[in-house]
Design a protein around this ligand. Sequence first.
Ligand code: VGL
Ligand code: ZN
Length: 257
Amino acid sequence: LLDTNQDGKIDFDEFRVCWHHWLKQVLAPVSALLIIDVQNDFIDGSLAIRHCPAGQEGAEVVPTINYLLDTVQFHVVVYSLDWHPPDHISFVENVCNREVHKTSKVSAEEAKVMDTVVFAGPPLTPQMMWPAHCVQDTWGSQLHQDLKILKDGIIVNKGTFSDVDSYSAFWDNNKVSQTKLVQELSKRNVTDVYLCGLATDICVGLTAKHALEHGFRTVLIEDACRGVAQSNIDKTKEELRALGAVIVDSSEVADMV
Ligand code: VGL
Ligand code: ZN
């Protein structure tokens, strides 16, 4: 599989790339469970998933995730938190305080939840509108009270800058800034990431996509996630499969790690 030089030696650079991309995954796998945004606002608060078209209780992920934490020996556990300042760009309540670009189909006056507004840049940012949610240091941004919190779990905040949203726990939506997540995983030699939490078709999905781009073996634990809209959940799963992700049930994970 590895090309050799004319003198029959393996090229070091090529070995290094192969090591990072798949030899390590076979010879020295290190697993991480990424628990995405299991926060009050997505469960009982302003963006509760039970009020969305897919209509299931966000809280249903909690016992499944606790079961995974109790029965599977992940090397690393990460809790991501949607962690917005009060003046965040995604809050529909803030539209009138921001400059909307002339190309925006929706004006500041008519903008409502789930409309896409284009804000003046740079960069021009099409932004889906949400009710205020997961404001830093409020009840809504706290992890669900029944979720098991490991004392050596790593907390990763995202969406912390006022002017850009961040569905993914890796990159912001403009792919300009990164959270500390990839650094935390890399320094622990993580090769395989397992994803669960809220919402399948938004934050879990985009985090999984970015995990694949970073070269992690990526596993979505389907029954440990809940989503917003069924058609988007299906689309997300199809996209992730095409990109090389594996989609499993929580009962299958113990045999994989
Ligand atoms: C999310 C909408 C806005 C999510 C975050 O965690 O899926 N959705 N911010
Ligand atoms: Zn958010």
